[in-house]
Every structure is written in structure tokens, then in C-alpha cells.
Design a protein around this ligand. Structure first.
Ligand code: SF4
Ligand SMILES: [Zn+2]
Ligand SMILES: [Zn+2]
Length: 350
């Protein structure tokens, strides 16, 4: 089969749009969707200028999604003096998994000439995820700890760089899964928080002083196309899956969605279109009653691309009355933030 837009052989068929695309046109189409999302989300602040550029921190895990996102953004903004791109990689301390993905991240950042910061659980919290998973002092899934620690380091990295925005590589599949999980969970406040934390356009979100605003410019592109893009462009990608991946429920939703998409192409897109509208309404409603918009949405905030770790909602940092953690100064609703509680709990069992 030939490409719909030229005579070269197609490398991809997208059932949801009925289009066959060759290598060059598939890549162009992925890039176009990212740029369109950057525009439609209003990612570039009107105040950004060559004299006062915005800093965007990209959560670069070394997986296909964040690698593809970094590549596209760098090619788009390399010559734009209004935007400064920097990358942050987080090392969780997972034997045989994170070392290789850190290498992939360093290789990409180097090849693109981007500033790159590496933060580790070992250095920041004096613990490693392998030990946390083994000792499990709170009787939780490993990802529940990891999500709290990661969010804390993402914020720390953003503060270190004085970043205006934090960008992660979540794709369409990740976001549609999160949307269904939030809807099936019946937690409308969570839907509202998702909108204000990372989903809504920048002119539609509630303000949050406490957290760096997030965005997911890759979220219109299906996972398969992101993988193909990374492969066709020969980007340095680390493919292995974390041995502690434990979000069984997300796995069920993923399987459900793949089946639906197969029989009803376009399902992921229509879920997201409807969900975004509902989330906007929910965010408005909860902001009005003073209970939403703290910017700490618990969904889709992981630095990893697979989204497997992104739904922990147990950090307890939700709600309007934010103050500083008395130990580390992070924004929290409690005296001691969830991260500090978990770190202490892990060290107590040492
Ligand atoms: S899957 Fe992700 S969140 Fe879960 S333990 Fe591994 S790195 Fe952490
Ligand atoms: Zn073509
Ligand atoms: Zn703290």
C-alpha cells in the first residue's frame, strides 16, 4: 500500500483516520500534532520574549515517549529565543532498569545540546526503589511510593531550574487510560484536578502558586505511532519495563481500550474529547466551591512514559489549605508531607 500523500510505500495504517503514511509523512504528522497541541494549549506564554525566555523542563526518562517529545520540541524550539528547554531524569534505584535508560537520556540530551539534570532517590532520600519494594513498610504497591517520590523530585528539579513549565511524554493511550480510570473511579474531584494540573489549556486552568504547571504535548499521538516515530528516527530509546510495575488496574483498562479501539477505531480520541470537556466543567465547579485547583493532580504526573506509575492518588496532598512541610518545605495540606512520611517509614524499617 502506498502513502496517501506521496507515492512511497506506507509504513503505518491508522484505522481511526483511515490514513496510510510513509516514513516521512508519519514523522511529519507526529511532529505536527505535537506543535498543534503546544499551540492549542497556549503553552508559550504571551509574556515570553528573547529577553525573558520561558524555561520548559522536560521529564526525560529515556523511554520512547519522553525521548520522542524531547526530539520534537528541540527541533521546534531550537531557534526560538523565547523558549529554553532543559531535561530532568530521575533515577529511582532499580537494578538493571534505570541505568540503561539514564544512558539513553544522557545520549539524547548530549546529541541535542540540552542541559540535563539527574536526580536520584539515593542522593535525595537515601533510599532505592529496589529496597522499598522489598521492605514495603506501608503495605502498598511499589508504584505508590515511587509516584510520591517522583513528583517531589520533579518539583525539586523544576525549582532548581526555575522552570516555568514541566512537560512529560504521556501519549494518547496513557491519557485515555487515565481518563477512564478517573471516570470508573467515580471521583469527580480527581477529574477536576487532572484538568487544572495538566490537561486544560493554560488560559483555562485554575491558578496554582504552589506547583509548577504541567503539560503533555504528546497526548494526541497514539502510543504505537510514538514508538514508530522513535524507531524511524533512530532515537536512543530504552525499551525495558520496570520490574516493579504493579498497576494491575491500569493494565486491565489498557487491555479494554485496545479491544475497543480495534473494534471501534477512534475510541481513544473520542474518550479524550468528551473527557476534556467534562473535566473543564468539573474543574470550574470545584474551583467555585473552593475545593479544586491545587495543581497537584495525581494523574499522569509521572516522569516515565508508560503511564504505569502515574495514578497514585494517595499522596494526601489534595485540598485547598496548602502550607509548607515542616521538614522539607514542600507544599502539603499536612504538617509533614507525604514524601517525608514515606521516607521516614522506609528508614524506620531499615
Ligand atoms: S513502574 Fe514506574 S512508578 Fe512503578 S516502581 Fe517502576 S519506575 Fe517506579
Ligand atoms: Zn508519504
Ligand atoms: Zn516534606
Amino acid at each position: 500500500m502506498d502513502c496517501d500523500r506521496c507515492s512511497r510505500p506506507a509504513v503505518h495504517y491508522a484505522a481511526y483516520s483511515g490514513s496510510h503514511l510513509c516514513e516521512a509523512h508519519l514523522c511529519r504528522s507526529v511532529e505536527k500534532r505535537v506543535r498543534r497541541r503546544v499551540r492549542s494549549d497556549g503553552l508559550i506564554s504571551p509574556a515570553a520574549s528573547p529577553d525573558e525566555p520561558e524555561t520548559w523542563l522536560i521529564g526525560l526518562s529515556g523511554g520512547k515517549d519522553s525521548v520522542a517529545l524531547t526530539q520534537v520540541l528541540q527541533e521546534t524550539f531550537a531557534e526560538d529565543p523565547r523558549i529554553r528547554l532543559v531535561c530532568l531524569t530521575i533515577h529511582e534505584g532499580i537494578e538493571g532498569y534505570r541505568d540503561a535508560s539514564v544512558d539513553a537520556s544522557v545520549e539524547l540530551a548530549d546529541s541535542l545540546g540540552l542541559d540535563h539534570e539527574l536526580l536520584s532517590y539515593a542522593e535525595e532520600f537515601d533510599l532505592e526503589m529496589d529496597d522499598v519494594a522489598r521492605e514495603d513498610p506501608e503495605g502498598m504497591a511499589p508504584c505508590a511510593y515511587c509516584g510520591v517520590f517522583r513528583r517531589n523530585l520533579l518539583e525539586a528539579g523544576a525549582r532548581k531550574y526555575d522552570a516555568d513549565k514541566l512537560l512529560t511524554g504521556h501519549n494518547l493511550d496513557d491519557e485515555a487510560q487515565t481518563a477512564l480510570m478517573n471516570l470508573f473511579g467515580g471521583d469527580v474531584r480527581q477529574v477536576a484536578k487532572h484538568f487544572d494540573a495538566s490537561l486544560g489549556g493554560f488560559d483555562e486552568r485554575g491558578d496554582s502558586e504552589a506547583f509548577v504547571p504541567r503539560a503533555k504535548p504528546l497526548r494526541d499521538v497514539p502510543e504505537k505511532e510514538v514508538a514508530l516515530y522513535a524507531h524511524l528516527r533512530d532515537l536512543p530509546v530504552h525499551m525495558a519495563e520496570c520490574p516493579h510495575a504493579s498497576e494491575a488496574y491500569r493494565g486491565e483498562i489498557k487491555a479494554l481500550l485496545l479491544g475497543l479501539e480495534e473494534n471501534h477505531p477512534g475510541t481513544r480520541h473520542s474518550i479524550m474529547a468528551g473527557y476534556e470537556e467534562l473535566a473543564a466543567l468539573a474543574a470550574r465547579e470545584h474551583r467555585d466551591d473552593g475545593s479544586g485547583g491545587d495543581g497537584m493532580g495525581a494523574n499522569g504526573d509521572g516522569i516515565d512514559d508508560g503511564g504505569v506509575e502515574s495514578t497514585d492518588s494517595s499522596d494526601g496532598d489534595s485540598g485547598p489549605a496548602l502550607r509548607e512541610c515542616e521538614r522539607c518545605g514542600a507544599a502539603t495540606t499536612q504538617d509533614v508531607c507525604r514524601k517525608c512520611q514515606l521516607v521516614e517509614s522506609v528508614h524506620t524499617t531499615d
